[in-house]
Design a protein around this ligand. Structure first.
Ligand SMILES: Cc1ncc(COP(=O)(O)O)c(C=O)c1O
Length: 436
């Protein structure tokens, strides 16, 4: 276990690497303690970049609010709800109401528990290699082997916390646009089992990016249809993809189907404060009529979070930030195709808008057993840093992800690709040595 003084540390980048010491930031740039500036190439919590002056101003203003728990009425909470539904969900007439949370983990836990209460069913469904957070039922549906909240070591393997829920895993639509892998769910061979799983489940929770899995609208519509016919509720986890990460406010909007619930977090407050949300359909809201949702937390809907969310919505709508990923999708597709073609160590590249995953040849993610001293992906990140971009791994040994702030320019994307290219030289050297 690494620690810095008395502070225990964990990281997205697996292995015993010393993460860069960050002392400041502006736009897409991190300022490091050693005086360098590097592009922040993987940060889905920073859609507007670092230290946006209007977000800072909103947060400063809200710091003078009284100490309020979730139960008190505070006008800005109602305004934040109206802004969210009126701006990000504009035209989505099926939407009924929103409740704010402290994180997406918490929002997912609350949404799943609500579905269990409404359906009287306990089992839950997600898709393989999903990540939905680290708390409560969200942690149960985080089926990536490295993120169960237990301990891991190379010598002892994974010391997992016991599972609390029955969780079914649907196969994932893992086609890849760049490297051309076919979608294993395209033949529909999984549907009978999925129907049986969903017939027992309170809900199916799907996110759209984790584990390098980028859903097709057809997959979404199929899962949504199966959920409806089986009496399970469908929750779209837009923690990563919401607010323009793929272009347009939400990924679910690319399909025909519409969810019962949407969960949000991460980028909602543009880094100004901790925030998450559960957005529910009118239909579900009607089903809650005459009940009260028996849960409460001290810091949910904090005035600072409400102010930051409102500022983010205002800026994103005004400056068209939520549309930028759609405009840059082709640029990244082209750039990453060229990078992938140059590097034999690259096994798979897929993505949408401004969220892309590069998977390297190496240990299969299913065989993840614990931290290596410094896994391949982390070594590639270290090499890429020399060329000026901080790229993240997703906790596995061979996965890198690229998701810069939505304000990134084409020139800055070029700089990220150059750094990635430089980093992948190291992976190629190891790949060649291994093959030889
Ligand atoms: C798809 C998805 N859902 C939920 C979460 C949990 O969010 P938080 O870390 O804010 O609890 C994450 C975090 O990475 C995520 O990627």
């Amino acid at each position: 276990m690494t620690h810095s003084g008395h502070l225990l540390s964990t990281s997205l980048t697996s292995g015993d690497s010393s993460s860069p010491r960050i002392v400041g930031g502006h736009g897409v740039w991190f300022e490091l303690a050693d005086g360098r500036e590097v592009i922040d190439a993987s940060n889905t919590a920073a859609p507007l970049g670092h230290c946006h002056p209007e977000v800072i101003e909103a947060v400063r203003g809200a710091a003078s609010a009284p100490v309020l728990n979730e139960g008190w009425t505070w006008a800005e909470r109602e305004q934040a709800a109206d802004d969210l539904i009126g701006t990000a969900f504009a035209g989505e007439d099926w939407v009924g109401a929103v409740r704010f949370f402290i994180s997406a983990s918490e929002a997912n836990d609350a949404a799943l528990a609500l579905c269990q209460a409404l359906t009287g069913r306990a089992p839950l469904t997600t898709r393989e290699r999903a990540y939905h957070g680290g708390a409560g039922l969200a942690r149960e549906l985080t089926v990536q082997p490295q993120w169960h909240g237990g301990l891991s070591s190379q010598a002892k393997g994974v010391l997992a916390a016991p599972r609390l829920a029955t969780v079914h895993e649907l196969p994932a639509p893992r086609g890849a646009r760049v490297t051309g892998q076919p979608d294993p769910t395209a033949d529909g061979g999984w549907i009978d089992q999925a129907r049986a799983d969903l017939a027992q489940s309170a809900a199916v929770l799907i996110d759209y990016s984790q584990g390098g899995t980028y859903h097709t609208p057809a997959y979404q519509d199929q899962v949504a249809g199966l959920a409806r016919e089986s009496g399970a509720l469908w929750i779209a986890d837009e923690t990563v993809t919401g607010f323009g990460r793929v272009g347009g406010w939400f990924q679910f909007q690319y399909g025909q189907s519409r969810p019962d619930l949407v969960t949000l977090g991460k980028c909602m407050s543009a880094g100004g404060a901790a925030a998450g949300a559960v957005v529910m359909s009118r239909e579900l809201l009607d089903r809650l009529d005459g009940t009260s949702w028996q849960s409460y937390s001290t810091y949910r809907s904090h005035p600072v979070a409400m102010a930051a969310i409102r500022a983010h919505l205002r800026i994103s709508a005004r400056d068209g930030i939520y549309q930028r990923a759609a405009a840059l999708d082709g640029y990244l597709l082209d750039g990453l195709s060229k990078v992938a073609a140059r590097h034999p160590s690259v096994a798979r590249v897929d993505g949408r808008g401004l969220h892309w995953t590069v998977e390297l040849h190496g240990p299969d993610w299913r065989d993840w057993r614990g931290q290596e001293s410094l896994p391949l992906a982390s070594r590639v990140v270290g090499r890429a840093m020399e060329a000026g971009a901080l790229i993240a791994t997703s906790g596995e040994q061979t996965s890198l992800f690229i998701a810069p702030p939505l304000i990134v320019t084409e020139a800055e994307i070029d700089a990220i690709l150059i750094a990635l290219d430089h980093g992948l030289d190291l992976a190629d050297e190891e790949y060649a040595a291994h093959a030889g």
